[in-house]
Design a protein. Sequence first.
Length: 262
Amino acid sequence: MKTWLITGAGRGLGRVWTEAALERGDRVVATARRPGVLDPLVSAFGDRVVPLLLDVTDRTAVLDVVDQAVERCGTIDVVVNNAGYGLFGMIEETTEQQAREQMETNFFGALWVTQAVLPVMRRQKSGHLLQVSSLGGIAAFPTLGIYNASKWALEGMSEALAQEVGPLGVNVTIVEPGPYGTDWSGDSAVRTEPIEAYEPIRETRRASSTARAPEDPRTTTATILALVDAPQPPLRAFVGAYPRPVVEKVYRQRMETWDAWK
């Protein structure tokens, strides 16, 4: 039995991965911001679920949740830094508050959880951090610039982190999903006030998104379970079929540009 701590476990990929871990017999400290959303998990899986309220932007609350997790479970083997949301809009349109709140959740929230669990994992000389990034953490797209920035920051921090904690027995994997049928672009999303000059670009993005059918989030579970069970997990892992060809194109263009300007 592994003990997981999963942030953003109330819905989306976090909920799917929480259920997958529980269904195979593991124990999960599941956190969410809204009371009650985790009640069905408790009804279904009993005391193998430890439901805790958490806003990851509150560093003191993060430290308290990790203390509670250790007190109730004795250990934390896997941490999934999943809490986050999408901010949709052009760079010029984004308000200071919107930009700061995006970074507070997607980057600083993951940083606070990481810092809180590392003393536990160092004492154990074991543990695995899954930092949930995105295809948008490798390639950037119009209308998602600040979201991209939050995920690029997460990836940079996590790549350095892997080199720092690897010798101490702690693994880090950056999980990079493509588009899935969750409410990432729905109820949980934040949108800027549009500037008319950008409407042609926005319309192109809409058409591209409409033409692409999102994948079923339940298909991700085999990948996530394989990652946490791997004796030598990778630093990065795509989830889904969509990211690989996009990233191959992006890196080919980067190399061609660097070669042309060397």
